[in-house]
Design a protein around this ligand. Structure first.
Ligand SMILES: NC(=O)c1ccc[n+]([C@@H]2O[C@H](COP(=O)([O-])OP(=O)(O)OC[C@H]3O[C@@H](n4cnc5c(N)ncnc54)[C@H](OP(=O)(O)O)[C@@H]3O)[C@@H](O)[C@H]2O)c1
Length: 318
């Protein structure tokens, strides 16, 4: 019976995702979050009490917990998944969550890179971009990233193994792309949209593929802006395609197995930037838009004053 509670869950980590910005504003692929409602969000928690066969006390569970410290997994509205035994809770929000899975399906199913091709990834130091680029490297591609600081570009090249990285805040992206992707971009995995999308369109190879994973430069502003030079798609016989990771849910187990193996073999590195305390949620969320972090953003909810990663008191965005 809907509404009969099944399990009480203590939320341990909340995943910070740019898409929440859209959910707060308008109906998207999910209905808008109404004012006063709990903000919809991916989270990971631990079952504290259960009256269900589906959950056992102590189970790690993941799903739409919302921005709250406790949640109830009910019959269908708030069904949470039990990840495979031994899953690290941070992997459940990061590498095996929507960002790691978007990298996997967006690159491999939509972009379909072939060894020897050139792949460009925007937001390359972020949760999705860093994983997409590393998978492309593993596929034998030449991989170039864009990111918002020299430090991030260093991480993208030295830690994530990209061949090159352009700091879009200090460099002229269009002309730099002409230099570093001199045979053209075969696959562009785009997390950002806006000016970087236009720069990539102008440097696309013939039969290039643009994977529209996200468009974060368009989420927090006024009127969204489309690429003015989209006719490059005609000239270059190219394709631009969006996707939603949830459409691939039936194949998550295969993706998680591959990502887990690549992580264990050191092929894919994944960094989670964790801050501690529920009161840090707004500031952590804002850092997605200021770029003041590397890798995946998550908030840990159980308090431990000795934690190294407690960044209480950091400035809010803006
Ligand atoms: N299609 C799907 O199913 C799916 C699933 C998950 C995520 N996504 C999308 O994937 C994208 C990345 O999400 P994520 O969670 O992995 O975030 P993220 O890349 O970890 O964090 C966002 C990054 O975007 C960059 N950024 C912010 N504002 C920008 C701007 N105006 N111009 C250029 N770069 C900007 C910042 O890095 P810099 O310092 O480098 O600017 C920031 O660190 C988002 O667009 C998200 O909506 C899509």
């Amino acid at each position: 019976m809907v509404g009969t509670w099944e399990a009480l869950v203590a939320v341990r980590y909340l995943s910070m995702d740019p898409t929440i910005r859209g959910w707060l504003e308008r109906d998207t692929y999910l209905p808008r979050v109404e004012e006063g409602a709990v903000i919809r969000s991916l989270g990971v928690g631990q079952v504290v009490t259960s009256r269900s066969d589906r959950y056992t006390e102590g189970d790690l569970v993941s799903g739409m917990t919302g921005w709250q410290e406790w949640t109830i997994a009910d019959d269908d509205q708030r069904q949470l998944q039990v990840p495979p035994q031994g899953t690290d809770p941070l992997d459940a929000v990061g590498l095996f969550g929507p960002t790691g899975l978007a990298a996997y399906f967006g690159l491999l199913e939509v972009g379909r890179p072939v060894a020897g091709e050139t792949v460009l990834v925007s937001g390359a130091a972020g949760a999705t971009g860093s994983v997409a680029g590393q998978i492309a490297k593993h596929r034998g591609c030449r991989v170039v990233g864009t990111a918002g600081s020299d430090d991030k570009c260093r991480t993208v090249v030295e830690e994530y193994g990209f061949d090159d990285c352009i700091n879009y805040r200090t460099e002229e992206v269009r002309s730099r792309l002409r230099d570093v992707c001199s045979d053209g971009i075969d696959v562009f995995f785009d997390n950002v949209g806006g000016d970087i999308l236009e720069a990539a369109l102008s440097n696309l190879a013939r039969h290039g593929r643009i994977v529209i994973c996200g468009a974060i430069s368009q989420y927090d502003g006024a009127e969204p802006r489309g690429p003015r030079n989209y006719t490059q798609l005609i000239i270059r016989r190219a394709r631009m395609e969006g996707f939603l990771v949830f459409d691939h849910a039936d194949r998550y187990p295969q993706a998680i197995a591959d990502l887990g193996r690549w992580a264990a073999e050191g092929i894919v590195r994944h960094h989670v930037d964790v801050v501690n305390g529920f009161e840090q949620v707004p500031a952590a969320f804002c850092r997605l838009f200021t770029g003041d972090k590397i890798g995946k953003n998550a908030v840990k909810l159980d308090r431990d004053p000795d934690r190294q990663d407690d960044r209480g008191g950091r400035r809010p965005c803006g």
